[in-house]
Design a protein around this ligand. Structure first.
Ligand code: NAP
Length: 251
C-alpha cells in the first residue's frame, strides 16, 4: 500500500529522525530527509539509496516559511506528493527559568512549534488531495515538566494540543495525526544534556537506565518502530493520541 508514497522526516540527518527515515524507507516509502544542513541530510539519503530505497536530502530550516514552502514543493516534484510527515526537528536550550533568555525561549518555540506548524500546513494540502495522510509529531516525556526545560516542556506540551486539533480537522480527509512522546533516548541531544550537567555520557546513560522500568535507555529505533506503525495503513483508526515510548508508564 505504501508503494510510491512519499514520507518527509524533519531533523533526519541524525538521531531519531535518521532512524525513522531509514525505517520508513524499509516500509516502502520514498523518503525526504530534511535537515538544516543539506549535505548532512544527503549523507543519510545516500545510505538509504545504497540500501535499495528511494530518498533525497533536502536542506530546510523548518522555522522559515519560505524555505518550508520551497522544500515541500521540491519534495513533491522529485518524489511525489508527501502524504506522511514526521515533525521531528528539535533543539534544546536548557536553563533554569531565572537564567533563561528570550532567545532560549524563542529558538525552542520556533523550531518545535512554528516548525511543525509550517511543515504541516505545507504538506496537508497534498494529503487532503490524496485522501490519505499520516502526521506524527515528536513530543516528549518532558511535556509533563522537567527541571531546566521550561521552554522545551512548553513546546512539547503544545505539540500535543496541536496534534489533537489536526486529528479533529483533518480526519475526514483520511489523515491521522498522532504524537510520540519519547522518554530517554540515546542520541546527540541527550549527550549534550549530559555535557551541560557535567556528567560523562556513560554515567548519564547508566543512571537513566536504572530509573527506567525496562532497565535500559531507549534507542532511536525504538521510536522509529512506533512511528512506523502510526504511519501504516492499518493505523487509520488511531488518531489524536499521545503515545509515550519511555520503557515504562507515563500518562
Ligand atoms: P538530535 O540528535 O539533536 O537531532 C535533531 C535534528 O534536528 C538535528 O539533525 C538538527 O540539525 C535538526 N534541526 C534542528 N533545528 C532544525 C531546524 N530549524 N530545521 C531543520 N532541522 C533542524 O535530536 P534527537 O534526540 O534525535 O531528537 C529528535 C526529536 O525527538 C526532537 O524533537 C526531540 O525534542 C525529541 N525527543 C528526543 C528525546 C531524546 O531523549 N533524545 C526525548 C524526547 C523527545 P543540526 O544538527 O544541524 O542542529
Amino acid at each position: 500500500m505504501t508503494q510510491n508514497r512519499t514520507a518527509v522526516v524533519t531533523g533526519a540527518a541524525r538521531g531519531i529522525g535518521a532512524a525513522t527515515a531509514r525505517r520508513l524507507s524499509r516500509d516502502g516509502y520514498a523518503v525526504a530527509v530534511v535537515d538544516l544542513d543539506e549535505a548532512a541530510s544527503e549523507v543519510v539519503a545516500a545510505s538509504i539509496r545504497e540500501a535499495g530505497g528511494s530518498a533525497v536530502g533536502v536542506g530546510v530550516d523548518v522555522s522559515d516559511a519560505e524555505q518550508v514552502e520551497a522544500g515541500v514543493a521540491r519534495i513533491a516534484d522529485e518524489l511525489g506528493p508527501p502524504v506522511v510527515l514526521v515533525n521531528n526537528a528539535g533543539i534544546i536550550r536548557d536553563n533554569l527559568i531565572f537564567r533563561m533568555t528570550e532567545s532560549d525561549w524563542d529558538s525552542v518555540m520556533n523550531v518545535h512549534l512554528r516548525g511543525a506548524f509550517l511543515m504541516t500546513r505545507a504538506c496537508q494540502a497534498h494529503m487532503t488531495a490524496e485522501k490519505f495522510g499520516r502526521i506524527v509529531n515528536l513530543s516528549s516525556s518532558s511535556a509533563q515538566g522537567n527541571r531546566g526545560q521550561a521552554n522545551y516542556s512548553a513546546a512539547k506540551a503544545g505539540l500535543q494540543g496541536f496534534t489533537k486539533t489536526l486529528a479533529i480537522e483533518l480526519g475526514k480527509f483520511g489523515v491521522t495525526a498522532n504524537a510520540v512522546a519519547p522518554g530517554f533516548i540515546q542520541t546527540d541531544m541527550t549527550a549534550a544534556t549530559a555535557e551541560r550537567m557535567g556528567v560523562s555520557f556513560e554515567d548519564f546513560l547508566a543512571g537513566a537506565a536504572k530509573q527506567t522500568p525496562v532497565g535500559r535507555v531507549g534507542q532511536p529505533e525504538d521510536i522509529a518502530a512506533t512511528i512506523s506503525f502510526l504511519c501504516s495503513q492499518e493505523a487509520g483508526f488511531v488518531s489524536g493520541q499521545v503515545i509515550y515510548v519511555a520503557g515504562g508508564p507515563l500518562d
